[in-house]
Design a protein around this ligand. Structure first.
Ligand SMILES: Cc1cc2nc3c(=O)[nH]c(=O)nc-3n(C[C@H](O)[C@H](O)[C@H](O)COP(=O)(O)O)c2cc1C
Length: 425
C-alpha cells in the first residue's frame, strides 16, 4: 500500500523517472501556519548531490504546494505536495533491460505486478521517500509548535566503524554469565540523546556527530565508491518531549508502528528500540527503569532502557531507536549473476548511485518518526477528548484511575509524602 496512517493519512506517489513525485496528506489539523520553506528544509537535507558521499544525480527537489493551504494556513483539506523529477536519465539503466539487479527490487516488482517501470527502481527508488519527507515536515511543524517535540536522527555507524559511545557490541569473557549489569548504552550516549541538535549533526558530511569518527566514515565510504562498491550503516533517532499515552495496543503499539514505519524505508534491514538487542544481556534488576516523581508532578523514570515506551505506550521519556540500512544494491563493480531469461552473465551497473545511504536516510527516518507520532497523537486526542465528556470516576480505587494532578504535585515536592487530597485531573 502507498498510504500510511489512520487519521493523519499520507499517500505517496511517483517513480524514479516519471514526471514528478510527491504526496497527498489528508487529516492535517486546519489552522496550521505552513509555508513551502517549512517543508523544503528537510527535502534539501534528503536531496541527492549534497556531497561526494552521495549519488551525483542532480535534483533540487523544490516542493510545490498544490492544495489544502491558503494565505499560508492549512484548510484541513487534503494537502497536495509535488516535486518534479528533473535529472531523469532512463538510458543509464539499459543493462537492466536484460538483468534484474541483484538485491534490488527489479525482479520482485515484476513477479508481483507482472509489469514494471522501464528504468530505475520505480516505486522502490529512494525518490519515493520525497513524499514521506515532505509530509513528515508538516507533522513535525505541528508537533514542535504545540508540544515542543524535537526529533533528531544521526548516523551511528558505517560498515564496522561505530560512533564509539553508541556501540552496543560487547566482548564476552569466558562462558560465565556476566551479571555485573553494565549499561547497555554509555552515559555519554544517553546524554547525547538528550542534547543533540540537527545543526550539530549537519556539521558533518556523514551526519555522524563526532569529528574523528565522521572522518573515518568518510574514508570508508570513499573507499567503497572508488572500488565501485557500496557499504551500509545505522541511523539512530531520538524523539524528545513526546506526550505520554500514545500508542495503540495491542497490534499498533507505538514501537510496532515505529518499526513498521522504519522498515518501510527502502534498504532497511533492522530495527531496535531502547536498549535493544544488547539489553537482553542485562538482568532485570539492572535493566528495569525505576519510577520517580518529576518536577512537573508527573511520574518519570530514573533510567530509560525502555526507550520511552512500555506496553506499547509512550511514557513521556525520550523515545530512541536504531535502524540498519544495507549496502546499496546497485554497484558498478562487475557481478556474476543471471539475466531475466536465466542466462548466466556479468552485470556492471551504470547510472548514478549512492555508495552509502545513511547520510541521506537521516531526514527520512525523522520524517517517518514524525508521521507515527502525529497519527498516534490524533488518535489518542480523539479518545481523551471523548472520554473527558463523561463524569469523573472518583469512586474507583486509586490503581484504576489516573492520579489527580494535586496528588502528583505533592509527590513531586516530597516523594515520601502520603498524598491524600483528591481533585479531578
Ligand atoms: C536515501 C536512499 C538512497 C538510496 N540510493 C540507492 C542507490 O543509489 N542505489 C541502489 O541500488 N539503492 C539505493 N537505495 C535503496 C533502494 O531504494 C532499495 O534498496 C531497493 O529498492 C531494494 O529494496 P530493499 O532494499 O528495501 O529490499 C537507496 C535507499 C535510500 C533510503
Amino acid at each position: 500500500m502507498s498510504t500510511f496512517g489512520r487519521i493523519f493519512r499520507v499517500t505517496t506517489y511517483g517513480e524514479s523517472h516519471c514526471a514528478s513525485v510527491g504526496a497527498i496528506v489528508d487529516g492535517c489539523p486546519p489552522g496550521l501556519e505552513l509555508a513551502a520553506s517549512d517543508i523544503q528544509v528537510q527535502l534539501s537535507r534528503r536531496r541527492p548531490g549534497q556531497s561526494n558521499l552521495t549519488t551525483p544525480r542532480d535534483e533540487k527537489d523544490l516542493v510545490q504546494l498544490q492544495s489544502g493551504i491558503e494565505q499560508g494556513v492549512t484548510l484541513g483539506t487534503p494537502i497536495g505536495l509535488l516535486v518534479r523529477n528533473e535529472d531523469q536519465r532512463p538510458k543509464d539503466y539499459s543493462e537492466t533491460d536484460l538483468y534484474p539487479r541483484p538485491s534490488h527490487a527489479d525482479l520482485t516488482y515484476l513477479l508481483k505486478y507482472g509489469v514494471k517501470a522501464s528504468s530505475g527502481g520505480g516505486r522502490a527508488s529512494a525518490r519515493e521517500t520525497i513524499g514521506r519527507v515532505a509530509a513528515g515536515a508538516i507533522a513535525e511543524k505541528y508537533l514542535r509548535q504545540v508540544y515542543g517535540v524535537e526529533i533528531v536522527a544521526f548516523v551511528t555507524s558505517v560498515g564496522k566503524i561505530h560512533l564509539p559511545t553508541a556501540s552496543t557490541q560487547r566482548q564476552t569473557q569466558g562462558e560465565e554469565e556476566d551479571d555485573t549489569g553494565e549499561d547497555p548504552l554509555s552515559p555519554e550516549f544517553v546524554k547525547l540523546l538528550s542534547t543533540i541538535t540537527r545543526e550539530e549533526v549537519d556539521k558533518f558530511p556523514t551526519r555522524c556527530p563526532d569529528g574523528p569518527t565522521s572522518e573515518r566514515m568518510t574514508k570508508r565510504i570513499i573507499r567503497a565508491k572508488d572500488a565501485m562498491d557500496s557499504i551500509g550503516g545505522t541511523v539512530t533517532c531520538v524523539i524528545r518531549n513526546s506526550p505520554a499515552g500514545l500508542g495503540e495496543p495491542v497490534f499498533d503499539k507505538f514501537e510496532a508502528t515505529l518499526a513498521h514505519a522504519m522498515l518501510s524505508i527502502p534498504a532497511t534491514k533492522g530495527f531496535e528500540i531502547g536498549s535493544g538487542f544488547r539489553g537482553t544481556e542485562i538482568p532485570g534488576s539492572k535493566h528495569n527503569d525505576p519510577f520517580m516523581a518529576r518536577a512537573d508532578g508527573t511520574l518519570g523514570t530514573k533510567t530509560n532502557w525502555s526507550g520511552g515506551i512500555q506496553g506499547g505506550i509512550t511514557n513521556g521519556e525520550n523515545i530512541y531507536f536504531r535502524v540498519a540500512f544495507k549496502s546499496p544494491a546497485t554497484i558498478s563493480q562487475a557481478q556474476a549473476t543471471a539475466q531475466y531469461d536465466g542466462t548466466s552473465g556479468t552485470l556492471a551497473a551504470r547510472g548514478r548511485h549512492d555508495p552509502c545511504v545513511v547520510p541521506r536516510a537521516v531526514p527520512i527516518v525523522e520524517a517517518m518518526a514524525a508521521l507515527v507520532l502525529m497519527d498516534q497523537l490524533l488518535i489518542q486526542n480523539a479518545r481523551r477528548a471523548t472520554a473527558n465528556l463523561l463524569p469523573p470516576l472518583d469512586y474507583l480505587p486509586p490503581s484504576m484511575v489516573l492520579p489527580p494532578k494535586r496528588v502528583l504535585e505533592k509527590l513531586a515536592e516530597d516523594p515520601g509524602a502520603e498524598a491524600v487530597e483528591v481533585t479531578s485531573v
